[in-house]
Every structure is written in C-alpha cells, then in structure tokens.
Design a protein around this ligand. Structure first.
Ligand code: PDD
Length: 292
C-alpha cells in the first residue's frame, strides 16, 4: 500500500506531493509541528497536542491555517488512509510561501500544512524498554525559545548524531550551569537514591512542555510519589537510582547508561518500568474510549 501524505488540502502519494522551494519552513525553519502517538488506529492526547500547536503558532504570530475541527479531521484521515494501527502522526504548519525575505509576509499568506503518519509497533518500544537505552550528554546549543515546538531542529539532530556515533539512542543536553535541560527529542527524568522523581521545571525555561511529561506528572501526583520539578546536574543523574525519558514516540523509556556510566543497577529501573506501564495503559484506555 502506497504511503499517503496530506499537503495543503490534498492527500497524495509521496511521489506526487510537493512543497514550494520558497516555503518559509524550508528557508527559515519558520514552521511548527506536533507528533502524536497512535494506538489501535486512534490518536492519543490529540487535545493537548493541538493546544500546544496553537500556542507555538501564537508565539510566532502564525495564524491557524484552518479551524481546529478541520485540523482534527486531517489527522484522522491521515491515520485512516495510511492504515496506521500503532505508530505516530506528524503535523507541520509553516508560515507559507513568500519571496525570500527575513520579514514575515502578510499574516493571511496561505500557511503550508503537512501531515503524515508512520507505523511503529508498540512491541518494538517494549523490547527496547526491556533493555533500556544509552544516552550521552552534550552542551545545549539551541536557541532560547525551545518552549516553541518549531522545526528548527539542527542542534537536536547534531546531538542525536553524536549519540549514535557511540551507540547511544538519545542526547541529554546540558545548560551553561551544568544542569540537564532535556533530551534532543524527549524530556529527561531521574529517580534519586532518596526516592524522589525529578524533572526540570517549565519555568524559567530550557525545555519543551512535553505532553507525556504532563501526563506522567499527573500520575506521579496521583500515586503519591515524592517528586520535584527542579533542575538537576549531570552528577546527580549519574548518581541516580534510575533515569528515564518521556516523549510521544517512546512514552516512558528507561535509561541505563549516561556517557557510558551505568545508572543504578545498569538495567531498567522498576519505577521507570512501572510508570511506563501506567502511561501505556492510559493511552490504550484512551484509544478504546474513542468511537470507531
Ligand atoms: N519530540 N522535548 C523535546 C525537545 C521534544 O522534541 C519532545 C518531543 C519532547 C517530548 O514531548 P512530548 O511528550 O509532547 O512528545 C520534549 C517529538 C516526539 C519529536 O520531535 O519527534
């Protein structure tokens, strides 16, 4: 079955889909995006993802390309046409096409909307979680507005390449004060030896407000676990009992080494696995509760 991509109002085979060379997303990274999980052919956490997309657009003064209900329809249709059962969905909105100029074109310039989806069996993530992943640390060289989910992803791409070169799956980025900000495409967490779950706060910045992060913080509060939203150093991470990361594509993924040093026992932590189970169960329940 040919993969189908939505571009500006039409669903096409990839080979037939085109984007203008003067699209501002291409020339300036002037575009925002979202990635949602798909389970059982249903979109998970669509509302918070579209909320965040609207916020990203608002911060960059990109007008919504269409009403939310229409965007929602595009998401659903893209999943359906690609027959995605387990995987993820990508939605991108750029400021549109205009002769190259740093200044924004008129706000009414047609925004470019792209949506595609990928299969990614949950079993694959489960197999990876059972082993845990390696991460490296690297200086955070991104711009200051990482709260905006923009497609300016060169720094994260470079960080991930650096990780891959040493057989690691993710790079945890470190600010000038030696604190971990977040993963190149995930939020970073540790469980201290004192039993406290820690993740960096949204304010004063340095991270994206991950949807999975928010879901997990709710669980942690409900389970009555000791937790704190504060910055933590690389040394604290190395000394942690457990470490893990969260994102729409990995849910909760145990981290077993940082820069080649084993975290805790060097195998996936029991709390990390428990939290993964909770987040996945909630996502599956959400999928089941949606109409067919
Ligand atoms: N990335 N931090 C960054 C920098 C991210 O790019 C992401 C997600 C997250 C986690 O956010 P969420 O839980 O909402 O997925 C945190 C997506 C998956 C990506 O770029 O592919």
């Amino acid at each position: 079955m040919a993969r189908i991509i939505y571009v500006n109002g039409t669903y096409r085979r990839y080979s037939d889909a085109t984007i203008h060379a003067e699209d501002r997303g291409f020339l300036f990274g002037d575009a925002v995006y979202e990635v949602c999980p798909v389970i059982g052919g249903r979109i998970i956490d669509e509302v918070p993802h579209l909320d965040r997309l609207e916020r990203s657009m608002g911060e960059l003064a990109i007008l919504a390309p269409m009403p939310r209900s229409s965007l929602s329809h595009v998401l659903r249709e893209t999943v359906r046409r690609n027959r995605i059962v387990e995987g993820w969905l990508y939605l991108q909105v750029s400021r549109g096409v205009a002769p190259r100029d740093f200044l924004f074109p008129a706000a009414r310039t047609d925004r470019t909307v792209v949506c595609f989806a990928r299969n990614q069996p949950l079993a694959k993530g489960d197999a990876q979680a059972a082993k845990g992943i390696a991460v490296i640390t690297t200086p955070d060289i991104r711009w200051d507005r990482v709260d905006i989910k923009s497609v300016q992803l060169l720094a994260p791409a470079m960080a991930k390449e650096k990780a891959r070169a040493v057989g690691a799956k993710e790079a945890w980025m470190v600010d000038r004060d030696g604190h971990i900000t977040e993963g190149a495409s995930s939020n970073a967490w540790i469980l201290t030896k004192a039993g406290e779950v820690i993740t960096r706060p949204i304010d004063p910045g340095g991270i994206l407000r991950g949807v999975t992060r928010t879901v997990l913080l709710d669980f942690i509060a409900r389970e009555g676990l000791k937790s704190s939203e504060r910055a933590f150093t690389v040394a604290e991470a190395l000394d942690a009992r457990e470490a893990f990361l969260t994102s729409a594509t990995t849910f909760v993924m145990p981290v077993v080494t940082i820069d080649g040093n084993a975290i805790g026992s060097g195998s996936p932590g029991s709390l990390s696995m428990q939290l993964r189970g909770l987040v996945l169960a909630a996502a599956r329940a959400q999928a089941h509760s949606q109409p067919g």
